[in-house]
Design a protein around this ligand. Structure first.
Ligand code: GLY
Length: 328
């Protein structure tokens, strides 16, 4: 087993909570996951006082109203600074729960327990917390590192809906493109994506790379922007679809964004055409890609202006010099 995966996630969490002398634990999860795994965290209750808070599933509930509802529940139960919040879920739960933990009583301890591929390789790591505002993704939030990230239990991926697995795969492709040509070559060999395809080594490649970048630039002012490759278009597409009432999972939007951004870069001579053709082959094999048009670009433009990488009103992109290497 790799360092970032485990076949006993509960034990890893118990060890951490015991080391921390935790007493009050709140487990935050969403309604989908709670229906699938109602007793997954029961073993904790033998050692700590544990309360479960279940929020409705779905990105639209990553809202300030939902955060307020959780703050109120914590206050009613008189939780103090000794509280540990365990975010048991995917990116939405890690972002929302991380935001609540970072702000309740000016900050309580926070554990991310990722259950989706996307959270295992990205959202649970690096301390980005946020809620959405007016369909603008992650508009309000702060960066605060979790106190612990539970190593990934890949068996949890077996119950992931296909669209969520695909969403994680979009982020996996991103990591391959920014950090690892060998990982990209392995991903090229997948014909039919399933939970069983996901190797522990891939999780480690992504987590190690992300940890390295976050250590260099925790506040996301320069080097960390590479983790946003594909996200200029990706976030704009995700926000536009949400505003149109047809939300799509984050990583799927990112995969579309990667393709559009690589195509632009290749056409402008900033990315080798043979590399673009490989990226296109990989992404089109797994994702449905909308036709690119001037009209689509115009529809997306108000959302580009909200991108957090922008400076002085200029829209910023992360580019690759070749597969596996970024150009800042
Ligand atoms: N998901 C990109 C980052 O954490 O910076």
């Amino acid at each position: 087993m790799e360092k970032y995966t485990t076949n006993n996630a509960i034990n890893a969490l118990l060890n951490f909570l015991q080391e921390q002398s935790a007493r009050q634990v709140v487990a935050l999860t969403d309604s989908n996951l709670d229906a699938l795994y109602p007793h997954y965290l029961d073993a904790l209750a033998q050692h700590f006082s544990v309360e479960k808070i279940v929020v409705p599933a779905g990105e639209r509930h990553k809202s300030i109203e939902q955060a307020t509802a959780i703050w109120q529940q914590l206050l009613e139960k008189q939780y103090d600074k000794n509280l540990v919040i365990v975010n048991f879920g995917g990116g939405m739960i890690c972002d929302l729960g991380g935001f609540v933990a970072a702000t309740y009583k000016r900050g309580v301890r926070c554990v991310n327990f990722p259950t989706t591929l996307l959270a295992m390789i990205d959202a649970a790591i690096g301390g980005k917390t946020a809620v959405n505002l007016d369909h603008i993704k992650n508009c309000v939030g702060l960066i605060r590192q979790p106190d612990f990230v539970v190593p990934a239990d890949l068996t949890l991926l077996r119950t992931l809906p296909e669209s969520e697995l695909l969403s994680g795969f979009g982020e996996l492709v991103k990591y391959a493109l920014i950090a690892s040509r060998p990982l990209f070559d392995e991903l090229l060999h997948i014909d039919n994506l399933s939970a069983e395809c996901i190797c522990p080594e891939w999780i480690s490649t992504c987590v190690e790379y992300k940890n390295k970048i976050v250590a260099i630039d925790p506040d996301d002012v320069k080097e960390r922007h590479v983790l946003n490759f594909g996200h200029t278009y990706g976030h704009a597409i995700e926000s536009m679809c949400a505003a149109q009432g047809e939300p799509i999972p984050h990583g799927i939007a990112v995969a579309i964004g990667i393709l559009f951004e690589c195509q632009k870069a290749a056409q402008e001579g900033n990315f080798p055409m043979e590399d673009f053709l490989l990226v296109e082959k990989l992404i089109r094999r797994h994702f449905e890609i909308p036709a690119y048009s001037e009209a689509l670009e115009r529809q997306l433009s108000p959302y580009f202006l909200q991108d957090k990488k922008n400076k002085n009103g200029e829209v910023a992109f992360v580019q690759l010099s070749e597969i596996g290497k970024t150009r800042l």
